[in-house]
Ligand binder design. Structure first.
Ligand code: CUA
Length: 318
């Protein structure tokens, strides 16, 4: 079950300090709001329908000092907890000695925003995926954010702050999860028609599960040679699928659209538009525009036979 109020349900030290700041500022604001609106209500009742002005009171040093000191304390308090938050969120783990401007050698995961999906590449292993980020728990990982087209905003409320993905500009963010689980991610900045369906998930594993996932992900599905799946594989190349999508171990190498090497192992289709199942995949292929209007995948008007063949092929990509 995804968290209903993820901002209040942090799963990393960063998200926890962001939640703490939010709750404290909310509390301070609520108190100020109560005082101000209380005074207004009091004035409304107390001085109602009086024909003469109430007694006017000019110049009270004590009150002036109180009105200055009070807000100054509030501002300093909020500044202090904000600075503490910034230091926590930006703290460099020891293995990343070179600071924010370190080159690609200190990046763990490269994330690129596209209209309307996220490309994910893992440094070292070279694994490429889409709309799912798998991480081991208890490690602070450096994510390098970029964009291919317009400005997107990368946000996993339970794990981290927001960070823009900007074309031609590199941004960095830390990703860390205390406990294994699935954490929802969103694009937090309007980026076009399907901004609402530009979701992703961060899946945190304990060490052994992460190693198993990585091992599976490094494998390549064998190209089928018989049956529906073989016909589907042939169709994939013959139609224009391979001009946008890549599947490792085949001639499909384009990265305009999500990499499909392990499509059948994913949880969702269309960056969260529908959950993954063979039936949903078939519905998607039959007309992606009906599910995600405006997405870059056209309706190929495939026949039932072709749909069955393509689903049979894509289903083996685990
Ligand atoms: Cu990408 Cu909104």
């Amino acid at each position: 079950m995804p968290s209903t109020f993820p901002v209040f349900d942090p799963a990393s030290p960063q998200a926890e300090s962001i939640r703490d700041l939010f709750v404290q500022v909310l509390f301070i604001s609520a108190v100020i709001f109560a005082i101000v609106s209380g005074l207004i209500c009091m004035a409304l009742v107390k001085f109602r329908s009086q024909e003469t002005l109430p007694a006017q009171d000019f110049g009270s040093h004590k009150r002036e000092i109180a009105w200055i000191v009070g807000p100054v304390i509030v501002v300093v308090w909020i500044a202090a907890i904000s600075i503490k938050l910034i230091l926590t969120v930006n703290a460099l783990p020891p293995q990343y000695a070179k600071g924010e401007s370190a080159g690609n050698s200190e990046v763990d995961i490269f994330v690129t925003g596209h209209q309307w999906w996220w490309e994910v590449e893992y440094a070292g292993s070279g694994i490429v995926s889409a709309n799912e980020i798998h991480i081991p728990t208890g490690k602070k990982l450096r994510v390098k954010l970029q964009s291919d087209d317009v400005i997107h905003s990368f946000w996993v409320p339970q794990l981290s702050r927001k960070m823009d993905a900007i074309p031609g500009h590199e941004n960095y963010i830390w990703l860390e999860a205390d406990t294994p689980g699935v954490y929802q991610g969103r694009c937090a900045e309007y980026c076009g028609t399907q901004h609402a369906w530009m979701n992703f998930q961060v899946i945190a594993h304990d060490d052994s599960d992460f190693a198993a996932w990585q091992q599976q992900e490094e494998k390549v599905a064998p190209t089928p040679t018989t049956g529906q799946a073989a016909a589907g594989a042939e169709l994939f190349m013959k139609l224009t699928c391979s001009q946008c999508h890549a599947i490792s171990g085949t001639n499909a190498k384009e990265d305009f659209a999500p990499n499909l090497t392990h499509l059948a192992g994913r949880r969702e289709i269309g960056a969260g538009a529908i959950t993954y199942s063979p039936e949903n995949l078939r519905t998607w292929l039959a007309n992606p525009q009906a599910i995600k209007p405006g997405c870059k995948m056209p309706n190929f008007k495939l026949s039932d036979e072709h749909l069955d063949q393509l689903v049979a092929y894509l289903e083996i990509l685990r």
